[in-house]
Design a protein around this ligand. Structure first.
Ligand code: UD2
Length: 343
């Protein structure tokens, strides 16, 4: 005899299940639960509920709205709360004081391989006018033609370090290998000499202030061609076979390979990961659509920059001069690709 509850009567009454009856009932209940569990698993229901929610979140994309020009000098932030740096969103006087007290030296790494040495003079001259004015700077120039590095008058506390490296026959390989070289020199040299490292294309010129407002653990610059674009038109690598692959429902901004940086430790990690991806692609016979820029963009999706620089920091006048730009700080120098690449 066993006690059991009759809901309608609202009280415990004596029942007459045998041990055998109870055993069969328990087994049936356990079996039902197990079957429903495995059915859910095989349909992915138990997994899919949260993943679907996540996917929905990833589909929600509002960044073009964020990238309207700042009004009334308000601070603008990304969804993960990194400041987006536009003119008027920071107080340079206070920042200058803070960085001077910390006695910060910034490294600016550029590659001038083969004919690209022709861009060095303008780059260095304009950097002396606008880049980290009042702060210590080491220019690291990677080149295969050290004899062609021009003499440029430098302000106090600033120096040029020429580092000879090999060249590659394909321009794509030159772009890709920048990650490997910067990774190597981050451990060997930069870590002992500078607090922050900035990587820049050489076929560019400074046209306005680029100061300590950009410095942060990890920063990237919104590519001028995509600041107002929807995520679906970003030129991420879309082939799953590449390590730089980004699915259509992921990604925050499309960043330019031409200007990014951070602490030496963060740049070491970034360049290591990108270089590993590049090497894996090579092994698998694939090259990302925009070379190292594709790998950089993949990296920034999973390692969010702590500051995002507006397109003021990489601009190309071929795109016009929209009102949103109060400053065009770092400009592409027009070049004839056919005449300069692979020469
Ligand atoms: C875009 C990107 C660049 C890089 C490249 C990869 C912008 C503004 N630039 O530039 O960052 O992602 O695509 O395809 O988004 N270089 C040499 N010698 C060479 C070739 C290249 O030194 O023979 C170096 C040099 O520092 C140059 C950089 O590699 O600035 C990028 O090459 P690019 O400027 O020819 O590539 P581009 O303009 O398509």
């Amino acid at each position: 005899m066993y006690l059991f509850f009759i809901p309608g009567k609202g009280r415990w009454v004596k029942g007459c299940f045998t041990k055998h009856n109870l055993y069969v009932m328990s087994c049936t209940i356990v079996l039902c639960f197990s079957l429903s569990y495995f059915w859910n698993m095989s349909n992915g229901t138990w997994q899919n509920t949260p993943v679907k929610m996540y996917n929905t979140m990833r589909m929600t994309y509002k960044n073009p709205e964020l990238l309207k020009p700042p009004r009334n000098d308000v601070l603008m932030v990304t969804p993960w709360l990194a400041p987006i740096i536009w003119d008027g969103t920071y107080n340079l006087e206070i920042l200058n004081e803070q960085f001077r007290q910390r006695n910060v030296t910034t490294g600016l790494a550029v590659f001038a391989i083969k004919k690209y040495v022709v861009f060095l003079k303008k780059f260095l001259e304009t950097a002396e006018m606008y880049f980290m004015v009042g702060h210590k700077v080491n220019y690291y120039i990677f080149t295969d033609r050290p004899q062609d590095v021009p003499e440029v008058a430098l302000r106090e506390g600033r120096k040029v370090v020429v580092l000879q490296i090999q060249n590659y026959s394909r321009w794509q390989e030159i772009c890709l290998r920048r990650m490997e070289v910067m990774n190597h020199f981050s451990q060997q040299l930069f870590i002992n000499e500078v607090s922050y490292l900035v990587s820049a294309d050489i076929d560019m010129r400074f046209n306005d202030e680029v100061g300590v407002e950009i410095l942060s653990d990890l920063f990237g610059t919104i590519h001028p061609g995509f600041y107002a674009a929807e995520r679906r038109s970003f030129t991420y690598e879309r082939r799953p076979a590449s390590q730089a692959y980004v699915p259509h429902d992921e990604g925050d901004f499309y960043y330019a390979g031409a200007f990014f940086g951070g602490t030496v430790k963060e740049i070491y990690k970034l360049t290591k990961k990108c270089h590993e991806g590049i090497m894996m692609d090579k092994k698998n016979g694939i090259e990302a659509v925009w070379q190292e820029e594709s790998h950089l963009n993949k990296y920034f999706i999973y390692h969010k920059p702590t500051k995002v620089l507006s397109p003021e920091y990489v601009w190309d006048d071929n795109l016009g001069r929209p009102n949103i730009l109060r400053k065009r700080r770092f400009l592409a120098v027009p070049k004839n690709h056919a005449a300069i690449r692979n020469k």
